[in-house]
Design a protein around this ligand. Structure first.
Ligand SMILES: [Zn+2]
Ligand SMILES: [Zn+2]
Length: 296
């Protein structure tokens, strides 16, 4: 009995030592509010740029440029930078990204820093700026197509495998999450503990194209994140207001009372529970921080 007890204490201690605590994560800060996208569009730049920390940038397209107001993420490693998505409408994304990258290179005395552009999925509110990125030296645009994504990230099985891209002292993992779109991909940055979920999970309207695939993807994300520190779940849009269960009308540009951007792992569990409840009859369902919107 005594031996058994000490053995189990040892197992508990071992477990406590190996379980990630999040204490090692690189910290950063998110803004309290983003520029509301109006009402006066004259003074607003096309992009609001926020440094979460020195190596993790968030770009938010102005509502004055396009009502979708998507978020982009620019992550720096020692040998490469990674950009997720390129914006909606006529976004001039290349100019904004190029300025940040050039500033980063100057600050760190770098002569070269290749940029890889990937997509959270293939919808045109996230790919509109692609054309401005092609043709530049040191820029690789990975098209949002399964075969190309598998190759770029070394994903062996779609959608059950995972892949990764080494930016130099920083490995970004990619997790296929089809359902909103057939090529949806999530990204996990172990340095900050940030999980990027694209249009699959964010504070707004979660349009579900393929219900079965979407539910399986949410469950895959739950398993993937089970023993990882998740500092924030960051998606592509905000359509929710700060009032629980209430979203802005579709195509709202000016959102002075919008929900905060970050969600947490608990939201994945809440989403899964909601999906479980509507299995036999997927139906539009408002939750506190987002709305599940299965397409008929
Ligand atoms: Zn989408
Ligand atoms: Zn979108």
């Amino acid at each position: 009995m005594k031996l058994l007890l000490s053995a189990s204490i040892f197992v508990i201690l071992l477990h406590a030592q190996t379980e990630p605590t999040g204490a090692e994560l690189e910290r950063g800060a998110l803004p309290e509010h983003w520029a509301p996208g109006g009402p006066d569009c004259q003074s607003l730049p096309k992009w609001e740029i926020h440094a979460y920390n020195e190596t993790f940038y968030i770009l938010r397209e102005s509502g004055c440029t396009h009502y979708e107001k998507p978020f982009l993420y620019l992550i720096f490693g020692a040998r490469r930078a990674l950009l997720t998505d390129t914006g909606a409408g006529d976004p001039s994304t290349w100019k904004a990204v190029d300025e940040i990258v050039a500033g980063y290179m100057r600050k760190h005395n770098l002569r070269q820093l290749p940029l890889t552009v990937v997509h959270t999925h293939g919808h045109d509110d996230h790919t509109a700026g692609d054309r401005d990125f092609s043709g530049h030296a040191d820029v690789t645009v990975v098209p949002a197509r399964v075969e190309e994504l598998k190759k770029a990230f070394g994903i062996d099985r779609w959608p059950d495998g995972t892949g990764s891209l080494d930016l130099g002292n920083r490995v970004i993992e990619s997790i296929p999450i089809p359902g909103h779109d057939s090529v949806s991909l999530a990204f996990y940055d172990a340095r900050t503990g940030i999980l990027l979920t694209g249009d699959t999970l964010y504070p707004g309207r979660l349009y579900v194209e393929d219900f079965r695939a979407y539910r399986a993807s949410v469950q895959r994300l739950i398993r993937y994140t089970a023993h990882k520190p998740i500092a924030h779940i960051l998606g592509n849009h905000i359509e929710q207001t700060r009032t629980p269960y209430l979203d802005y009308p579709v195509e709202t540009k000016y959102q002075p009372q919008e929900h905060e951007l970050p969600l947490a792992r608990a939201h994945l569990l809440e989403l899964d529970l909601a999906l479980e409840g509507m299995q036999s009859h997927p139906v539009k369902t408002a939750l506190r921080d987002f709305t599940v919107w299965p397409k008929p």
